[in-house]
Design a protein around this ligand. Structure first.
Ligand SMILES: NC(=O)c1ccc[n+]([C@@H]2O[C@H](COP(=O)([O-])OP(=O)(O)OC[C@H]3O[C@@H](n4cnc5c(N)ncnc54)[C@H](OP(=O)(O)O)[C@@H]3O)[C@@H](O)[C@H]2O)c1
Length: 334
């Protein structure tokens, strides 16, 4: 019998996530049974959706269980296999425990070519967050040349690709991010036309009036709260609001009120569409080919924050909810 180091949910957060919500423990791993594989995690993805899963409230994925390992999109090496679909040495992507090793039945694990791209990219720009940006921006937002697009959390895992895809369609793209260096990178490297710092800007409405003087055609909504309200009030006729996430609200103890004057939706003939990327897996191949080509051709850029060591995952996750990551947040496990 071998051992795994794993991180379990020790308690459910009330408000902000704190380090004592997690516990690092050693656990024995039983022998690999018929149909199973033993996966050794190489990289683990930390994502905002994990925060709602730490509570018991109904969401689109079941809550994490207390005293059980949290799970994450991961890149792993198969070290032992009794499943005919996998062999030792295969590199796979799939949902695994926050752990050094996971016993798995193989369902939902996908083999990848390790030479095709750096391994962390499969958790970021070529993985779930990239696919989210691609589906949301191109399938729902459908920006056109000359339109004005706004992206919140503009330099994050999703936002960085969402903004670049809108630029490639010829739109004028404005974003916001929580740091001057992030805003500078958005403009200088990603090609955003403008970006404001939402942590130092005191009047979001004034910032949007200054940077999007004619209003907003497409909003890629990652943050929610006051930023969303200010954008909503500035949407143009036939505007599209891509409701991807609302990270500023994930740690609220009580629900926030919605925007004032809901009749705006009718007056402006707005389309406000929420989506969950896992409902659209049939398009994953098309996304991977298209964005993989853009990346190889140097037409888009990609930034990651890679934290070394499984034990640092809890602190890194707490930091994600405060904007400490710059680009896609990944933990290097091995
Ligand atoms: N619908 C779907 O299927 C789907 C899939 C993936 C992700 N999402 C959503 O997409 C959004 C972005 O996810 P991501 O993976 O790309 O994460 P990310 O942007 O890489 O990381 C989260 C970022 O959100 C910003 N943030 C954190 N707390 C904030 C607050 N209180 N107010 C304003 N900004 C805050 C921070 O950036 P700044 O420093 O710039 O503030 C932080 O770096 C999230 O809302 C997530 O839930 C949805």
């Amino acid at each position: 019998m071998s051992q795994t180091t794993r991180i379990v949910l020790a308690k459910r957060p009330q408000g902000d996530v704190t380090p004592d919500c997690f516990r690092v423990e050693q656990a024995p791993l039983p022998a690999v049974a018929e149909g199973q594989v033993l996966a050794r995690s190489l990289y683990l993805s930390l994502d905002p959706y994990m925060r709602p899963r730490m509570t018991e409230l109904r969401s689109y994925t079941p809550p994490f269980e207390l005293d059980r390992p949290l799970t994450a999109g991961s890149v792993a090496e198969i070290v032992e296999s009794r499943n005919p679909k996998f062999a030792a040495g295969d590199i796979v992507v799939g949902m695994l425990d926050w752990a050094t090793h996971t016993l798995h039945d193989g369902r939902g694990l996908r083999k990848i070519d390790p030479a095709a791209a750096p391994l962390p990219a499969h958790l970021g720009i070529l993985g779930m967050p990239g696919f989210t940006a691609w589906h949301g921006m191109l399938r729902i937002g459908q920006p056109k040349a000359g339109e004005t697009v706004f992206v919140s959390a503009a330099t994050g895992a999703v936002g960085q690709l969402a903004g670049q895809l809108a630029k490639l369609k010829g739109a004028r793209v404005v974003g916001c991010a929580g740091d001057d260096a992030k805003c500078a990178w958005a403009v200088q490297e990603l090609g955003y036309d403008a970006c404001f710092n939402h942590r130092t800007e005191t009047d979001y409405g004034a910032a949007l009036d200054r940077l999007c003087p004619g209003g907003i055609d497409v909003d890629f909504e990652n943050v929610g709260g006051d930023i969303f309200h200010a954008v909503f009030a500035r949407m143009k006729d036939f505007g599209r609001m891509i409701m991807c996430g609302a990270i500023s609200e994930y740690q609220d103890r009580t629900p926030r009120p919605g925007p004032e004057k809901m009749f705006t939706i009718v007056q402006r003939r707005l389309r406000i569409e929420g989506f969950i990327v896992s409902d659209h897996m049939a398009s994953m191949g098309e996304f991977a080919r298209e964005v993989g080509t853009l990346l190889k051709e140097g037409k888009i850029r990609n930034r990651e924050t890679v934290v070394e060591g499984l034990e640092r995952a809890p602190d890194a996750f707490i930091g994600l909810l405060k904007g400490k990551n710059f680009g896609k947040l990944i933990v290097k496990v091995a």
